[in-house]
Design a protein around this ligand. Structure first.
Ligand SMILES: Cc1cc2nc3c(=O)[nH]c(=O)nc-3n(C[C@H](O)[C@H](O)[C@H](O)COP(=O)(O)O)c2cc1C
Length: 196
């Protein structure tokens, strides 16, 4: 019989996406690695990011009023980690990593060319909880690398293997990659032999 070990209040939740959040302009922008990110609402589409108050990015997002969320891949793991252990206060992380800023369509903050999914957000709300800024961004535009779509008219046709997102396992502190597909959500549950 399996038992449970209690740990009290902890900050462990996985898997998390490894995202690179950019705020600023094409001339001057910062990149920060953020794993605490979540879709919040469908209509309008919004997402939330948790950004510590001690870093450079929190104040910058409040000033710029927009940001982009860019999904990191296994191919840029070193660059993504670097952006999570260095501060924009001390350096230009685009220059240091060689990651390439590209103009967004609707916000000032650039997107990152090397990331296959890029989400443009306008800051619509924020509050501080504890020592963390909670930013709500309205999603205004979404970009996907065309060569990672099986059908260019359909965002749900993303080729997940080609995408190769960098997965962060919080608490355990590991980077991993996705495993194989195991089922079709919203469908496979119909096959359960129910107990009653
Ligand atoms: C994998 C990974 C995930 C991270 N996730 C977050 C996060 O969700 N929120 C946060 O505030 N910091 C997170 N960090 C830490 C920041 O990226 C780090 O403090 C960064 O140096 C701040 O940069 P800045 O001063 O340029 O804003 C993460 C770091 C790593 C390596």
């Amino acid at each position: 019989m399996s038992t449970k070990t209690r740990f009290g209040p902890q900050k462990i939740m996985f898997p998390c996406p490894t995202t690179l959040v950019v705020t600023g302009t094409m001339e001057e922008a910062n990149i920060v690695t953020i794993a605490w990110v979540s879709l919040l609402t469908s209509q309008p589409p919004t997402l939330g990011i948790s950004v510590g108050t001690r870093g450079f990015s929190g104040e910058a997002i409040k000033k710029n009023k927009d940001f982009t969320v860019n999904i990191a891949t296994v191919g840029i793991m070193l660059e993504a980690d670097f952006c999570g252990i260095r501060s924009g206060r001390d350096m230009d992380k685009f220059a240091q990593t060689g990651l390439t800023p590209m103009p967004s369509r609707l916000v000032n903050s650039p997107i990152i060319k090397e990331c296959p999914l890029n989400i443009e957000c306008r800051l619509t709300d924020w509050r501080i909880i504890g020592r963390t800024n909670h930013f709500v961004g309205e999603i205004l535009e979404t970009h996907v690398d065309t060569d990672k779509l099986k059908d260019v008219d359909h965002i749900g046709s993303i080729d997940v293997e080609a995408f190769d997102p960098l997965i962060y396992i919080g608490g355990v502190r590991e980077y991993r990659r996705l495993g194989p597909k195991t089922g079709d959500p919203y469908k496979i549950g119909n096959n359960l032999k129910t107990k009653q």
